[in-house]
Design a protein around this ligand. Structure first.
Ligand code: TMP
Length: 211
């Protein structure tokens, strides 16, 4: 049986990931593909609870603790949501996944890269996204864009140097997985980015048609 497509979206804060995800969701729906849209942290009751802790919990924590909790939630998410959807032939669109753990807990917070690789292997086995769209943006531009009325979360309160390291880690992942991770220059206009996304949707459609 043909497995559905697993697509993840990653991005620097302020890079417009959420806006682009909404557009992709609507655009992919027009192709007649059955979609499951989900997110991390989140996607299950445990994931949503941990999201609250991750973004708004005030207590100090170790990056290893964060990564362990992210992977515990990821295990539930994979077993209950992602694998069943893929096995049913659905396209899973996930707002952040394991690349974010490398970027934030290792790149940003200094956890050992190899430890995350161990957790990734343990929890995911052979499950990896087919395609990851990484919206790349210089931190100072992202911060200026996302400065909004709402209270910044724990990550948004970090300094620019933290986000420089997050970005470097995303780019390292992209270098290690050049076929899976597509770097999208998010400093361009929405129209230009949409044109690129449209091209990606058409490639997905023709791959599906010929598969
Ligand atoms: P967002 O979904 O609004 O981008 O917020 C999620 C935040 O959680 C973001 O700042 C990155 C962070 N995060 C991690 O630190 N590690 C992870 O493994 C994931 C999935 C997210």
């Amino acid at each position: 049986m043909s497995r559905g497509l697993f697509i993840t979206l990653e991005g620097m804060d302020g890079a417009g990931k959420t806006t682009h995800l909404e557009w992709l969701r609507e655009r992919l729906a027009t192709t007649g593909m059955a979609l499951t849209v989900t997110r991390e942290p989140g996607g299950t009751a445990l994931g949503e609870t941990l999201r609250e802790w991750m973004l708004h919990g005030g207590e100090p924590r170790q990056p290893d603790t964060e990564a362990l909790l992210m992977f515990a939630a990821r295990n539930e998410h994979i077993v209950r949501v992602i694998r069943p959807a893929l096995e049913a032939g659905r396209c899973v669109l996930c707002d952040r996944f394991t690349d974010a753990t490398y970027a934030y807990q290792s790149g940003g917070s200094g956890m050992l890269w190899a430890r995350i690789a161990e957790l990734e292997h343990w929890v995911q086995g052979d499950l990896h996204p087919d395609l990851t769209l990484y919206f790349d943006l210089a931190p100072e531009i992202g911060r200026a864009r996302s400065r909004s009325a709402r209270e910044p979360d724990r990550f948004e309160r970090e300094q620019t140097a933290f986000f420089e390291r997050v970005r470097a880690a995303y780019l390292r992942r992209a270098g290690e997985h050049p076929r899976r991770i597509r770097i999208i220059d998010a400093s361009r206009s929405i129209e230009e980015i949409r044109k690129e996304l449209e091209g990606i949707v058409q490639t997905i459609q023709s791959a599906k048609g010929s598969g």
